[in-house]
Design a protein around this ligand. Structure first.
Ligand SMILES: [Mn+2]
Length: 379
């Protein structure tokens, strides 16, 4: 790939005035401004077309009663897509991303192949972005496993994030992991669809997972210069097991985290903890042990010390299932989200997302048509 081509990321294209003209209806939709079509370098345009093509096909299949059975996206198309995604997503340079938010930020919990919920959310967000072009959307990880359409869910979320690079952040969950994917469904689903070619596809996908950041800090600003700092991680806080009441300072560890690896077992203990740990209001210190399968639990004093030491006001995470789609812990300073209705193929939960705006109470929104329609009208 030439240097020139590398610079022509979709972000660049969008900044140069690329417009989304209309959102999907039954006859498909057009993403291209005809005048721009001629100005843009042929190679990068081809790359971009591949992303748009997969996005459009998935949207069409979702609109067609979520029927993915006719394989309208074949192995070669998926392989080409994931290779292009790999070219477009830069090598991980910031393991913890810090961004200033002046409008609003939405958080999506675990999706785990929840293609129906993802489709509803994307329809909502595409419309909402037109009204609030700077809004931010953070997915907390766990895009695959646990449900049958996890490949489609991952491809839809990835293509959405590349078509709206200024708006969408994907962070890594503990299911973005080769070993986990061999045990909880994703690899089996790929094998069932693509047989002995599945491994080629997976090799591209794991490279993408390795480029996901593991934490995000939203610095949400008010109009009069106040700021709230919100940490998003998949699991929990980084824990120093030998000295757990002493807070780990993110700024000090951010460059030494080992996360450009395929599996959790090769990560450093802080990264592992951010991907795997759970809050627990019943304990005062930490709880570890083989029975927890790597899911260290942390109590309020450990959480408080960490939040204070890092000047954080709120933590948003996923990783645990809640029948209502959310749980609020530690006196309202930790929001745990779950954004899929079905799990292991059965409908079991009432999935939620969260919206934050400075000065307003955190707002939980159900992933269902009426709630999303009324949210569209809201500031
Ligand atoms: Mn998880």
């Amino acid at each position: 790939m030439s240097e020139n081509e590398e610079k022509k990321t979709p972000q660049k294209l969008i900044n140069s005035g690329w417009n989304f003209i209309d959102f999907p209806n039954s006859t498909g939709f057009s993403l291209l401004n005809d005048e721009l079509r001629n100005e843009i370098n042929e190679n990068s345009l081809n790359t971009y077309y591949v992303i748009i093509d997969i996005f459009e096909k998935l949207i069409e299949q979702c609109g067609n009663n979520f029927d993915f059975s006719n394989n309208s996206i074949n192995f070669e198309q998926y392989l080409d897509f994931f290779q292009k995604v790999n070219l477009m997503i830069p090598k991980l340079s910031h393991k913890i991303i810090i961004e200033d938010i002046h409008e609003m930020v939405y958080f999506i919990g675990d999706t785990h192949g929840a293609i129906k919920e993802t489709y509803q959310l994307i329809q909502f967000f595409v419309r909402k972005i037109r009204i609030f072009p700077k809004l931010k959307i953070i997915f907390v990880g766990d895009y695959v496993d646990r449900n049958p359409n996890d490949l489609e869910n991952l491809a839809l979320i990835l293509s959405f994030s590349l078509l709206y690079p200024e708006n969408v952040i994907l962070i890594r969950g503990n299911h973005e992991d080769r070993l986990i994917n061999q045990h909880y469904g994703f690899m089996d689903n790929l094998l069932r669809t693509f047989y002995n070619q599945a491994e080629y596809l997976y090799d591209e996908i794991i490279q993408i997972f390795m480029k996901f950041p593991i934490a995000h800090i939203s610095q949400i600003h008010s109009k009069d210069g106040k700021t709230a700092r919100v940490l998003t991680v998949h699991g929990g806080i980084p824990i120093d097991h030998a000295n757990f009441l002493e807070p780990v300072i993110l700024d000090e560890i951010k460059d030494s985290l080992i996360c450009e690896v395929e599996e959790s077992k090769d990560m450093d203990p802080y990264t592992t903890s951010m991907l795997w740990s759970d809050p627990d209001e019943m304990i005062r210190g930490i709880l570890t042990g083989d029975h927890l399968q790597g899911r260290t639990r942390f109590g309020a004093p450990v959480f408080d010390a960490f939040m204070q030491g890092n000047h954080l006001d709120l933590l948003v995470r996923g990783h645990q299932k809640w029948s209502e789609g959310f749980k609020i812990l530690f006196g309202g300073r930790l929001y745990s989200l779950f954004s899929t209705a079905s799990y292991d193929g059965k409908p079991r939960f009432q999935p939620k997302i969260l919206k934050l705006i400075y000065g307003k109470a955190p707002k939980l929104i159900s992933i269902e048509k009426n709630s999303l329609d009324s949210e569209l009208e809201e500031k």
